[in-house]
Design a protein around this ligand. Structure first.
Ligand code: FE2
Length: 187
């Protein structure tokens, strides 16, 4: 393990060098967006679009690792393209999200029912406290690119948000983004 300067492209999220990558596609969001008909229509019209891509830089033996998430612009009905949302598997592990380009909203909620939204825009570094669920939402017309950094042992718990949803939704209202309570959220 040696020190290294890693280049990050703020417009594409490309990392050099990188150690891993995955993409998420529209069809993987079935049951997550409330407007299933809009999802079906979009899949039929545009195919199984990549909605976001995650690239990481990880060194074995380090406590920290980091990477980028690059989110495409788009909507399913009145909901914007978003990440799956997760808690960390370890309840004592936080994270930061530092926005490089684009605009969005970081939705968060705690286990005891508090909710927060943090604007994602260049220059803003969002602090995600341990044990807060987090989901990012691209509310802009271009890519939303952010750098994240957390502990390698933080782990991901996607199942809880997949089954219960987030407490808030971000929806387009007359072309502006609004956060509303999620009527389908299950306590
Ligand atoms: Fe996270």
């Amino acid at each position: 393990m040696l020190p290294e300067g890693v280049t990050i492209d703020p417009l594409t999220g490309h990392i050099s060098p990188s150690t891993g990558k995955y993409t998420k596609r529209l069809s993987e969001f079935r049951g997550i967006y409330r407007d299933e008909k809009a999802l079906d229509a979009l899949l039929k019209e545009q195919g199984d679009l990549v909605t976001y891509e995650v690239v990481e830089y990880r060194a074995d033996g380090s406590d920290l690792f980091f990477g980028t998430t690059t989110m495409m612009p788009g909507r399913v009905g009145d909901e914007y393209f978003m990440t799956r949302g997760h808690y960390h598997a370890r309840q004592d592990r936080g994270e930061i999200y530092y926005t490089q380009s684009g605009e969005g909203i970081l939705l968060l909620h705690s286990r005891d029912g508090q909710t927060r939204e943090v604007d994602m825009k260049p220059g803003v570094c969002a602090f995600i406290p341990p044990d807060w669920a987090h989901r990012s939402v691209n509310t802009g017309k271009s890519r939303l690119v952010f750098v994240w950094c957390c502990s390698q042992d933080a782990g991901h718990d996607y199942a809880e948000i997949a089954s219960k949803g987030m407490r808030k939704l971000v929806v387009a209202k007359e072309d502006a983004a609004a956060c509303i309570p999620n009527p389908r959220f299950q306590v």
